[in-house]
Design a binder for this molecule. Structure first.
Ligand code: AP5
Length: 214
C-alpha cells in the first residue's frame, strides 16, 4: 500500500500517518521529521533546511526530492509506505510519479485531510512536540498522560519554532499557493480521496481506513 497524506499544516497528517503506519505495518516517511532530525543532529542539510523552515517557507526541491526517492528504494519500503509532507509542490509530485514509473509502480491513494484555515491556528498553538522522539500531542485534544513530558520516551515537550502564530500564517499561505494544486494533480490521476479532518481524530482515522479497505 503506497499512500500520500495531503493537507494544510496542522491538518493532522502526521497524527493519522502514524496511526495508519502502525495498523498496516508500513513505514511512515515524514520529510518534516527528517529535516527536524537533521537540525537536531547539526548536519549540513539541517542547517540549510532550518533557514527556510523558521520562516515558514518550503525547503527547496533540490534538497528534498532525491532524499525521498532514495528513501523509497530502501528494503523496508518494498511492501509500501505512507508519505507525510511530501510531495508539496508540483515538481516534487512529478519527480515522484516519474521515479515510480521507472520501477513500474504508482501510488494507490492521495488522502487529503481537509481542515478549514480557522481551525489550524488553534491546533498549531496547542501542539506540543517531543524533543526526544518527535511524538506529537495537543494540550486539549491529545494531552500527554505525563504532563509536560513525552509518554513514549519521557523527554520534554515543546512548542515547535515554526508553530508560532506569525509563522503559521506564512505556512498557510505557502500551502495554498504551492501545495494545494496537488489536489487537482492527484484528482487527475484518479487517486485523490478527501476526508473531513475537522472531526475527532478517531473519526478521521475510521474514514481513512474505510477508504483503504473498500
Ligand atoms: P511538516 O513537519 O511536514 O509540517 P506541516 O505539513 O506544516 O505539517 P505539520 O507537521 O505542522 O502538521 P500535521 O498536518 O502533520 O498535523 P499534526 O498531526 O501534527 O513540515 C515542516 C516544514 O518542513 C515545512 O514548513 C517546510 O519548511 C519543510 N518541509 C517539509 N516537507 C517538505 C517538502 N516536501 N518540501 C519542502 N519543504 C518541506 O496535528 C496538528 C495538531 O493538531 C497536533 O497537536 C494534533 O495533536 C492535533 N490534531 C490532529 N488531528 C486532530 C483532530 N482530528 N482534532 C483535533 N486536534 C487534532
Amino acid at each position: 500500500m503506497k499512500l500520500i497524506m495531503l493537507g494544510a499544516p496542522g491538518a493532522g497528517k502526521g497524527t493519522q500517518a502514524k496511526m495508519i503506519a502502525a495498523k498496516y505495518q508500513i513505514p511512515h516517511i515524514s520529510t518534516g521529521d527528517i529535516f527536524r532530525s537533521n537540525i537536531k543532529n547539526g548536519t549540513e542539510l539541517g542547517r540549510k533546511a532550518k533557514e527556510y523552515m523558521d520562516q515558514g517557507l518550503l525547503v527547496p526541491d533540490e534538497l528534498t526530492v532525491d532524499l525521498v526517492i532514495d528513501r523509497l528504494a530502501q528494503d523496508d519500503c518494498q511492501k509500501g509506505y505512507i508519505l507525510d509532507g511530501f510531495p508539496r509542490t508540483i515538481p516534487q509530485a512529478e519527480a515522484l510519479t516519474a521515479a515510480l514509473a521507472k520501477r513500474g509502480e504508482k501510488m494507490d491513494f492521495a488522502i487529503d485531510v481537509d481542515v478549514p484555515d480557522e481551525n489550524i491556528v488553534s491546533r498549531m498553538s496547542g501542539r506540543r512536540a517531543c524533543t526526544g522522539c518527535g511524538a506529537t500531542y495537543h494540550i486539549v485534544h491529545n494531552p500527554s498522560k505525563k504532563g509536560e513530558l513525552c509518554e513514549v520516551c519521557g523527554e520534554p515537550l515543546v512548542l515547535r519554532d515554526d508553530d508560532k502564530p506569525e509563522t503559521v500564517q506564512k505556512r498557510l499561505s505557502v500551502y495554498h499557493e504551492q501545495t494545494q494544486p496537488l489536489i487537482e494533480y492527484y484528482g487527475g490521476q484518479g487517486i485523490l480521496r478527501t476526508v473531513d479532518g475537522a472531526q475527532p481524530m478517531d473519526d478521521v482515522f475510521a474514514a481513512i481506513t474505510k477508504i483503504l479497505e473498500a
